[in-house]
Every structure is written in C-alpha cells, then in structure tokens.
Ligand binder design. Structure first.
Ligand code: SAH
Length: 564
C-alpha cells in the first residue's frame, strides 16, 4: 500500500490525482501531517508526501530504522515539478516509485542513489537474492576500487565493472557459503528440487527433508528455483505447501515423461503408485541438467517423502536490438533498456559507436568490421549459450537485411531470444519524403553479395508489374554501380518517366539530405550506400514538394475526376 500525505490545496489536488489513478494501491492519510506520516510509515510499504523535502526529512527522521525494512519515501513539491526519491531508493522501491509518480503527474523523477546516478545496477536490484556486504561492495564499485567477480555458476547478470582480482568480491554461487567481510554473495536460481510423497505426507516432513538434503550437499536454499513432481501429485497438500513456504513455483511433469528419464535409483513403489520408476530424481533431472543430490528419503518411519536436487544450466539471453536509423530519439526506450541490461554487446564497430554512451560500465564489447556478419552472429549466440545476457545490435531494424536472421539460424532452443524492433531505413526515409508508403510497398536490396542478380531482377520485375512502391536498400556502391540503373529501367517499363522518386541519404543523421526527383531524371551519382531510393507507384504524386502515394485507387480516381 502507498500512503499519500499532503498539507496544502495544491498538494491535495496532486494527491487526489494519484489516488484516483491507483485506487487499489493507495490510501490517503488526512489530519495533521505529523500524525499522518507516522501512521503511514508504520502501515505502508511506500509513502508519497506532497511536502517539501526538508519537512519530510524532519518528520521521518525519528521513524527511520533499517533500509531493508523501512518504506520507500517519495516527495512531490508544491508545483508538482519533481518527484524526489528521498529514502529507501532501492530496498523500499522509492526510485521506481518516483519514476512512476513522475510519469503520472508530469513531474521529473529525482534519483540520487549513487549506483543509479552513475548508471551501475544496484547489487540489491539484480533481481536475485544477495547476502553480505552490499553497501561496502557497492561503494567500492562506485569508487572504482577493484572488485572481483567469482562466478561459480554462470548466470545472465547485467554488466558490472569488475576486475580479475580485488579486495572486494561479488561471488555468484548456489553453494551454502557465508559471505566474507568484503564480499557479496549473489544467489542465482539454479537448483531444482524433485519431490515425491505418499498421500497425506505432512509439509514439515517435506521441508525437513529438503533442508537436510541441501545442507548435507552444501547448497543454499536461496538458490532453489522450483520444486518439481509428477502430475498426479500436483495437489498433494504437503508438496504444495512446501513450495509456498519456500516461495518457489511447483512444476509437474507427466508420468510418461518421467519414466523416460534415466535415473540412478529407480524403484518399484512409485511405478505401481503413479506409473514411473522415479519421481524425485526424474523430475529434478527433467527440469535441469546435473544431479547433485541423488534420491533420499525422509527420516520419519515410515518415510513418506523422497527428494533429489539437480542444478540447471544458466539460460542465456540474446536480445536482437534495432538501433533505428541514427538519431538518438528514434532509438526506442526498449532498445535502450536492452542495451543497459546486456553484459556483452556484439555489433559492427560503427553501430557500437552510435550507442557507446548508453552502455553501462563493465559491458564487454565485441565489435568487428564490415563483412564479419556470420562471425558476429556465431559469437553472439555462443556468448548467450555460455549463460550471458547478450545484445546483438543492428541499425534500423535488426531483422531487416541485418543480424537477426543469421543469429537465429545459429541459435538453439537453450537460450532465450528477445527481439526489439527498430525504425528501418525505408520508414525513416518515408517520413522525410512525405507519405510515399501510403499503399502497398516492398523493399528490395540491390546487393548481389548474398543474392544472385537473376533473383533480384526477377523480384524487381514482379514489383514493377504489380505496381508496388519500391524502396531499394543497398542501392549502389563504388564497385556496384550498374544495378540501380538496371532496376530503374525495369520499373520504367511499367511507370511514366514523371513517376516521383525519393532519394534519402543518412536519414535522421546529422548530415541527412534528400531530394525528390522522377524516374526519368534521377542521376545515380546522387546515390551511395548510405542512401535508400523510393520509387512511387503509378498513383504516387508530388504534392507541395512532398511525395504522396494515395491510400487507395478509388480515392485517386475521384481526385482525378475532380480535377478533370
Ligand atoms: N537493418 C537496416 C538495413 C541494413 S542494409 C535497416 O533496417 O534500416 C544497409 C542499407 O540500409 C544501406 O545501404 C542503406 O541503403 C540503408 N540505410 C540504413 N540506414 C540508413 C539511413 N539512415 N538513411 C538512408 N539509408 C539507410
């Protein structure tokens, strides 16, 4: 619950807007502000105070305890211009709340926690359990002191500016180790606990067996990702309650699936009861990879529960990110977020330069020159398969004559793939020219590097005959100069010499240029590899210096009738 406190009329108006927008998340605290703040601080996870920061600092000072438990506090000024994350930025979620409140009220969020200010992910915002010297290690990262990353298991973490050795350590492990004084232990969710139980097995027996198994194997309960069992036990109360107490999902598998898993300790009892010679071991293995704890039984007599523990390999993440045509404000917020999330960035050197300032410190950059597409694709996939969070970048849309297809042709189903669309050159150029793509259109690349010219020519002929607006990508380079005139000549067999043609070079970049000409007048010398050429269909017109393709032929007919 978010407690809302205000003192003035303007504050109350902003407060009411918030309360109306989030009726289920907020509660208004009225009366004297001192009492209101005290009550809200005790009862809510978060506070939004429509008061000066000074006033709020004085009011909450006597109430503050521990940053892991205190509510997050956001202040909004009288003018509604700023939403200040005042306390509990990470643990209390005040940074995120400030951003949300800012969005809703049109206020600028103000965040001063150091890790966010210099763009490091807070160690407590990795989305994983952390233990140990979080504040000290965060400070060391900020101060540029060497912090070593000791990853005993790989996991797709965001970038961290770590060194090979250091006085401070970030340890990524699922083993039950106590953090040293200058160490943070990060717990990735790597462990799958397979569980079998007789009907009516008590939850205590399930939990005790799991705890014993983990302890004896030196594994941390904080790394348990899920409990797994057979379908027939999906409603077994002891197992369901154990998953709930551990705060992990319960997943179930069919007896047939489980029966197919090769296990070290099959037995006759479950085969008779549920139709598979193993539940615990088979379920643990089916959901993961490496068996760490073979089947063991609970201590109670008769034993009603079995469990086994396995470790699943990290699932890497490959984001295929389109950067847009060049201008920073045509790069989508989602693309920017993916770039900041990745610890490994793969791309053509000139595209890396386009976004280098957006990357977080510690991002491993694997850049290469023109022509190394296949190798870049392989590298990106290999890094993701090694368990990293990878961003593979391309200009425009990464799926249009770009990296997405070679990468996904390489990728297997053991990684997660996320695509982020970008503004492709045809659209960027279209917006510069006017509305050339208002009706059916096609993009054709004139590069015969990957495609035989006969195929390209056949497609140009088809587009010409079908009266499609055509945007040519890769239209002309120094060594490739006859293809564009040839393609235009094919279109000219079906279109008047006066058909509008737009030539846009470096759309949305600092040195953008464009011209509107005609099929008969286009000089190929204007065109290079930084250019797209858009040829209108038979209905496309130049209107007030802009290229316009009517939305329908019916519209065009009436217009012609009117002018007739
Ligand atoms: N993935 C890119 C296209 C890569 S093919 C996209 O979706 O835009 C490379 C060709 O795209 C270039 O030869 C040029 O024809 C075109 N191109 C890319 N960016 C451009 C821009 N900003 N302005 C004009 N043409 C561009």
């Amino acid at each position: 619950m978010i407690g809302l406190i205000s003192a003035t009329a303007a504050g109350a108006a902003a407060r009411d807007r918030l309360a109306a927008a989030w009726p289920d998340r907020t509660r208004v605290y009225g009366g004297p502000v001192k009492d209101a703040v005290r009550a809200a601080f005790a009862e809510c996870e978060q506070l939004v105070c429509f008061l000066a920061t000074g006033a709020v600092v004085r009011l909450i000072a006597p109430l503050l305890g521990d940053k892991t438990a205190d509510p997050g506090v956001v202040c909004v000024d009288e003018g509604g211009r700023f939403a200040v994350s005042l306390a509990g930025g990470h643990g209390g979620g005040a940074n995120e709340l400030a951003a949300e409140v800012g969005e809703l009220l049109g206020a600028t969020p103000v965040v001063t926690t150091a890790t966010d200010a210099v763009d490091l992910p807070g160690l407590d915002t990795l989305g994983l359990p952390v233990e140990g010297a979080v504040a000290a290690v965060s400070r060391a990262l900020l101060d540029g002191e060497p912090v070593a990353l000791a990853a005993e298991v790989s996991w797709p973490l965001p970038p961290l500016p770590v060194a090979a050795e250091g006085a401070y350590t970030i340890r990524v492990t699922d083993r039950d180790v106590a953090p040293g004084p200058r160490e943070v232990v990060v717990r990735p969710p790597t462990l799958v606990v397979g569980v079998g139980a007789s009907r009516g097995a008590p939850v205590e027996e399930v939990l005790e067996l799991i705890a014993d198994a983990l302890r004896d194997a030196g594994l941390s309960a904080a790394s348990v990702a899920e409990l797994a069992t057979v379908d027939a036990k999906s409603g077994e109360p002891g197992i369901v309650a154990a998953a709930a107490r551990l705060g992990v999902p319960l997943v179930t598998c069919s007896a047939e699936e489980l029966a197919r898993v090769d296990v070290p300790n099959p037995s006759a009892a479950p085969l008779a009861a549920v139709g598979t010679p193993s539940v615990a071991e088979a379920a643990a293995l089916l959901r993961s990879g490496e068996l760490l704890v073979p089947k063991r039984k609970s201590a109670a007599r008769p034993a009603m529960v079995t469990c086994a523990v396995a470790r699943r390999p990290a699932r890497g993440r490959l984001a295929v990110v389109g950067l847009g045509p060049g201008a920073r404000d045509l790069l989508t917020p989602r693309a920017a977020a993916e770039l900041r999330r990745a610890s490994v960035l793969v791309g053509l050197d000139q595209y890396v330069d386009q976004i280098r300032d957006l990357l977080r410190p510690g991002t491993r950059i694997l850049e290469s020159g023109l022509g190394a597409e296949e190798e870049r694709a392989r590298t990106a996939v290999a890094e993701a398969r090694a368990g990293h969070a990878v961003a593979l970048i391309g200009s425009g849309d990464a799926g249009v004559y770009a990296m997405a297809s070679p990468a996904l042709a390489e990728a297997s189903d053991d990684i997660d793939v996320v695509g982020v669309p970008g503004v492709t050159a045809a659209l960027a150029a279209g917006a510069v020219l006017g509305a050339p793509l208002g009706h059916d259109h096609v993009s054709i690349s004139l590069s015969d590097l990957h495609t035989p010219w006969e195929v390209i020519e056949r497609r140009v002929r088809a587009a010409a005959a079908a009266d499609l607006v055509v945007t040519f990508y890769n239209p002309r380079s120094r060594g490739r100069d006859w293809q564009l005139p040839k393609a235009l000549a094919i279109l000219a067999e079906h279109r008047e010499p006066g058909t509008p043609v737009g030539v846009v070079r470096n759309a949305s970049r600092a040195d953008e240029s464009s011209r509107l000409t005609t099929l008969g007048a286009l000089d190929p010398a204007w065109v290079d590899m930084m250019t797209v050429v858009t040829v209108g269909n038979t209905a496309t017109r130049e209107i007030a210096g802009r290229m316009v393709t009517p939305r329908g032929y019916r519209w065009q007919d009436t217009r012609q009738e009117e002018t007739r």
